[in-house]
Design a binder for this molecule. Structure first.
Ligand SMILES: Nc1nc2c(c(=O)[nH]1)N[C@H]1C(S)=C(S)[C@@H](COP(=O)(O)O)O[C@H]1N2
Ligand SMILES: [Mo]
Length: 318
């Protein structure tokens, strides 16, 4: 099987801004602790291209975004993508994902639940209205963006199906359809794409199911009609175009770990101290910016999520 891997990231860096940024991030985290809400720190309104009826966002629902975190332009978020079902170049999904039929769409919840259910995506939209969450999005390839997602808490959705006490992990599966997803005719990855989370990670309020981007239905190249966003983890955990969610007893497989287990782990927490075998994870290039910036442990969400990993060796469980 041919395995095409992401290209290496050149390690040249123009200047060292780590002191400045780490202090700024520290101040932001301290501010969040004191204020107990991120609402005051993100006052800027985000223009949604062509957007209608955007919901007002309660300050308490705005997730910790540094005042200096400027959302990445819609154009970049929708033309620089990883979605191997439509090709391996960053520009492929925007060009080819129009073959995806996002309606009708069903999402099956099954496994260790008392109430398995097949949802029509329209029912999901009705029962779980999207709220805006502006999240940092960090690919394992050392680029990043800041994305105004619209979505709802994965945990609230899972609770609807009443997980049993045996549910220890959640497994997610992308649509498998070579007609709609021509990239699945190639052997570049084993299909369908699968991902997984530990149950406590899945129940964390920062983990969301995304249905909107910039206040509009999430475009096909970004994972229509419903995809995951787990902002403290590398982007590959945030599986797109999900058709099945299964609660399971054992740690599920995840696609990139199957393909290259030494390079991609199950946990995939953003961690500047654990390099990818072929490049550093200490810095990242935010799309649209000239200078690299230091990568933050847990992508800057440590205040919220570090306790999930208390006592774990993050080098071993990378
Ligand atoms: N089904 C599926 N989901 C996927 C991928 C993929 O190839 N197929 N790529 C992942 C990777 S590596 C990243 S970085 C993010 C990219 O999300 P974005 O294109 O919306 O920025 O999607 C993730 N989810
Ligand atoms: Mo990625």
């Amino acid at each position: 099987m041919l395995i095409k891997r992401p290209p290496d990231i050149p390690s040249s860096e123009i200047t060292d801004q780590s002191l400045y940024f780490s202090r700024r991030e520290f101040m932001a985290a301290a501010g969040a602790l004191i204020a107990g809400s991120a609402g005051r720190r993100f006052e800027g309104s985000v223009a949604a291209p062509g957007s209608t009826n955007r919901r007002a966002v309660e300050p308490s629902n705005r997730q910790s975004v540094d005042a200096n975190d400027t959302p990445t332009p819609y154009e970049d978020v929708t033309t620089y993508n990883n979605f191997y079902e439509f090709g391996t170049d960053k520009s492929d999904p925007a060009k080819h994902a129009h073959t995806l039929k996002a309606r009708p769409w069903t999402l099956r919840v099954e496994g260790e639940v008392h109430q398995p259910r097949t949802w029509d995506v329209e029912e999901i939209l009705k029962d779980f209205p999207a709220e805006e969450r502006i999240y940092r999005h960090r690919c394992v390839e050392a680029w990043s963006m800041v994305i105004p997602w619209g979505g709802f808490e994965l945990g609230k959705f899972l609770k609807r199906s009443e997980p049993t006490s045996f549910a220890k992990y959640v497994e997610f599966t992308t649509l498998h359809d070579r007609k709609q997803m021509p990239g699945q005719r190639s052997g570049v990855l084993p299909w369908p794409y699968v991902e997984g989370l530990r149950m406590d990670e899945a129940m964390h309020p920062l983990a969301i199911l995304v249905t909107e981007l910039y206040g509009k239905p999430v475009p096909s190249q970004n994972g229509a009609p419903i995809r995951l966003a787990v902002p403290w983890k590398y982007g590959f955990k945030s599986i797109k175009s999900i058709v099945r969610v299964r609660l399971v007893r054992e740690q599920p497989l995840n696609t990139w770990n199957v393909v290259a287990p030494h390079e991609y782990g199950f946990y995939a927490n953003v961690n500047p101290a654990v390099d990818h075998p072929r490049w550093s994870q200490k810095r990242e290039r935010r799309i649209g910016e000239l200078f690299k910036r230091p990568t933050l442990l847990f992508n800057g969400y440590g205040e919220q999520v570090a306790s999930l990993y208390a006592g774990m060796d993050l080098r071993k469980y990378f």
